[in-house]
Design a protein around this ligand. Structure first.
Ligand SMILES: Cc1cc2nc3c(=O)[nH]c(=O)nc-3n(C[C@H](O)[C@H](O)[C@H](O)COP(=O)(O)OP(=O)(O)OC[C@H]3O[C@@H](n4cnc5c(N)ncnc54)[C@H](O)[C@@H]3O)c2cc1C
Length: 414
């Protein structure tokens, strides 16, 4: 007798989304997380906001979290990408090295969907955890998974209190430090960037009109991401040392530093809430599956936030895995069988590896002040901007609308 159909270690954004997706297809998931489940809702838990592709948002609507998220989701109508030192330049006059993405240019979206949405992570976590509670999905927390053993027909997951749970399949949604990945002997490649992502939320004096800005400054990208109520989430890269200095700086010193970076094109800005500093690195699991184990989200691939795609990749994993498992059970297959897990790995592996490597190349090309690279990337941005099909391709890619989309990302039920 199993404890669940699928035991998911990690009730973060990817794990909770998978649990809801599986439940929507009639499976019985169970979530385990070392954090108390309601701790995720505290404003100090995660100060980030996420750019959510329109296809990812469709999945949340399809699994019952969309309605709660709607009031907190800021539509992104336009994205301006500038290679330069002067925030706001692209909004004022076209420079050779800037790229403009406009939501009116992409077709194939449902009901005038925008390019994407900006949502605070704490609102995403609140909506997902409420939906998990509403659907009566069992959550064991605070409790860590500490080991995984495989016996014929079962994954046996040991918890930190010594209990052992069994299911046909275990999923690691534990983030970058996945214990189950290591227990299954799956190696990981990756490297640090010597950079940190500095994140804060600001209240803007002037309306942002749903425009997201990304500036490629010598130290790395600086993003101004529109939030509801004319607020914005700022994400920029600094060297690890500068990031640490900013973490410890006084509010006045932080504000002065910010204004030097940000400029004044949106009027004055007021920092609301704490400043968060995240070390940035790449980590890529060598495989996405092992006997009776599948990896999703950052447990499988942790990428640089340069393109705002890390969580979107994890949500795509969740949609693809849920579809494979629901189809398998309807066909009378063992959902932990190697052939079933291989279908998931084949679907997601190429996309995750190519994206991780593309973001890595972006970071190398865009986070430096080499004059030749400055000219080359300026030319690249200008060329893409002139060719409408190329621009549309990038918009679909950012919106998650290309490739073999799982049903949930097309807005369809499982
Ligand atoms: C500065 C910054 C900005 C970003 N911006 C964006 C963006 O705009 N758009 C985007 O798509 N992505 C963005 N990302 C990436 C995104 O935040 C991550 O990809 C995402 O949070 C990963 O979610 P996850 O659920 O896979 O992992 P995590 O968020 O790491 O969650 C893992 C969960 O597993 C639990 N856990 C850990 N160990 C165990 C264990 N042994 N047993 C059980 N549970 C365990 C943890 O407590 C946690 O709840 C950004 C990242 C950074 C650093």
């Amino acid at each position: 007798m199993y404890d669940a159909d699928v035991i998911i270690a990690g009730a973060g954004m990817a794990g909770s989304t998978l649990a809801l997706a599986l439940a929507s297809g009639g499976l019985k998931p169970l979530l385990v997380d070392p954090q108390p489940f309601d701790a995720q809702l505290a404003p100090t838990f995660d100060g980030r906001s996420s750019a959510i592709a329109y296809s990812s948002f469709r999945q949340w609507r399809a699994i019952g979290a969309g309605e709660a998220l709607e009031p907190h989701a800021q539509r992104i109508e336009q994205i301006l990408v500038t290679d330069g030192r002067t925030p706001g330049a692209a909004a004022r006059k076209p420079l050779p090295g800037f790229l403009r993405f406009d939501s009116s240019e992409i077709s194939g979206r449902i009901d005038g969907e925008p390019l994407g949405y900006l949502v605070e992570n704490r609102q995403i976590r609140a909506a997902l955890s409420q939906a998990v509670i509403d659907k009566a999905i069992p959550v064991i927390a605070p409790m860590a998974a500490t080991n995984l053993e495989v016996t014929p027909g079962a994954a046996r997951l040991t918890l930190s209190d010594g209990r052992v749970l069994t299911a046909p399949l275990a999923v690691s949604a534990e983030g970058r430090g996945s214990v189950l990945r290591k227990a299954a002997g799956i190696g990981q490649i990756g490297w640090g960037y010597g950079q940190s992502g500095v994140v804060c939320t600001v209240k803007l004096e002037r309306p942002h009109d749903g425009v997201a800005h990304e500036y490629f400054l010598p130290s790395g990208p600086f993003a101004i991401l529109p939030l509801t109520d004319d607020r914005a989430s700022l994400v920029w890269t600094e060297s690890t040392d500068r990031g640490e200095a900013l973490r410890g700086s006084s509010p006045q010193a932080f504000h002065a530093h910010l204004m030097r970076r940000f400029g004044d094109f949106l009027g004055s800005v007021e920092v609301v809430g704490p400043v968060f500093v995240y070390p940035l690195s790449l980590s890529l699991a060598e495989r996405m599956v092992a006997p009776r184990l599948a990896l999703i989200g950052d447990a499988a691939h942790g990428v640089h936030p340069i393109a705002g795609q890390g969580l979107n990749l994890g949500l795509k994993d969740a949609a693809a895995l849920a579809e494979v498992l629901v189809e398998a059970i309807r066909n009378g297959e063992d959902i932990g069988a190697e052939a079933v897990l291989e279908r998931y790995a084949r679907w997601r592996r190429f996309d995750t590896v190519t994206n991780a490597l593309a973001f890595d190349a972006f970071v190398r090309v865009f986070s430096n002040n080499n004059p030749l690279l400055r000219v080359a990337r300026g030319a690249g941005l200008a060329v893409v901007n002139r060719i409408a099909p190329a621009r549309r391709f990038f918009m679909h890619e950012a919106g998650g609308g290309v490739g073999d989309l799982p049903k949930l990302l097309r807005g369809q039920a499982l």
